[in-house]
Ligand binder design. Structure first.
Ligand SMILES: Nc1ncnc2c1ncn2[C@@H]1O[C@H](COP(=O)(O)OP(=O)(O)OP(=O)(O)O)[C@@H](O)[C@H]1O
Ligand SMILES: [Mg+2]
Length: 269
């Protein structure tokens, strides 16, 4: 099987835990893996140390996103494609897993359209049109480099930065990136590793839910998780068979979610 796994920034303190990496290593005996990582919180912390306080905007449909101006995309690229990506590369290589870290800029793996305008809603619900900055919507995945790497036994680790029509870097969402890559590579499963057990509803982790059911409860799902559910639905639409959401800090997180012992499974029907 081909698995696309997104590691949330929320579980990446020092790259990736030894436990998670040894589980990855075991899975690699049977399956191929493409990793995508997050890291928004660390970008915000380092930007602040550099004297560049980050601004966040809320879209009319309730998505919170970083306002990415020129300085911010530079810091974002430094922290995400530099510090965080390389920490994960080292954590995998330390356990003997051949790994290549890359961003969507490399080999133009992720092409995106720059968002020229964004609608931001303030605390009082007033809407304002603002410049889109360096944020984008992925329009195409060039699968060539990723395929070349996985067929030769490497684990690619992708930073969610895409290339614009004008060859500029664009900030793209990590969960969405993983979903789109999973669709483009015709992956069997999309696994979203985060800092909670899975999708929580009424205080309980939902073991299994169908796409149609999850759409009905979307308004009850908060911030970070609703992005995952939307990304999951997108992957299912693209032919991915199962979307799994689970905690990346649990014991053998990938093996146990693959066996449906932990986390949440979202299926197309
Ligand atoms: N219904 C819900 N079930 C589970 N988590 C929820 C729910 N509603 C909101 N959340 C929040 O979503 C968070 C997970 O998303 P978050 O974006 O914070 O992490 P991540 O995606 O793993 O990391 P990153 O965004 O840095 O890659 C949880 O920590 C939780 O607080
Ligand atoms: Mg997130």
């Amino acid at each position: 099987m081909l698995l696309v796994i997104k590691m949330g920034g929320s579980i990446l303190k020092e790259g990736a835990s030894a436990d998670l990496v040894s589980d990855l290593k075991e899975i690699l005996n049977q399956h191929k893996i493409v990793l995508v990582h997050g890291g928004g919180v660390e970008v915000t912390e380092i930007a602040s140390k550099l004297g560049k306080e980050q601004k966040f905007i809320m879209s009319p449909d309730g998505f919170r996103s970083r306002y990415t101006d020129k300085e911010t995309i530079e810091i974002y690229t430094m922290v995400m494609a530099g510090k965080i990506n390389k920490q994960i590369v080292l954590a995998l290589q330390r356990q003997g897993i051949p790994t290549v870290g890359l961003s969507g800029l490399d080999a133009m793996t992720l092409k995106a359209e720059r968002k020229t305008r964004l609608i931001a809603v303030d605390e009082r619900g007033r809407k304002k049109v603002i410049d889109g900055g360096y944020t984008g919507k992925i329009t195409q995945v060039n699968t060539e480099l990723l395929t070349m790497l996985i067929t030769n036994g490497y684990v690619p680790i992708v930073t969610p930065i895409a290339i614009s029509q004008d060859y500029e870097p664009l900030n793209v969402d990590g969960d969405r990136t993983a979903a789109i890559i999973a669709g483009a590579l015709k992956a069997d499963k999309l696994i979203l590793l985060t800092d909670v057990e899975g999708l929580m509803l009424k205080g309980q982790c939902v073991p299994k839910i169908a796409a149609t059911e999850v759409k009905e409860v979307l308004n009850k799902i908060g911030g970070g998780m609703s992005t995952k559910v939307h990304a999951g639905l997108e992957a299912l639409n693209q032919g991915v068979k199962e979307v799994l959401v689970t905690s990346g800090t649990a014991k053998k997180p990938i093996s146990s979610v693959l066996n449906h012992q932990t986390g949440t499974v979202i299926t197309s029907e």
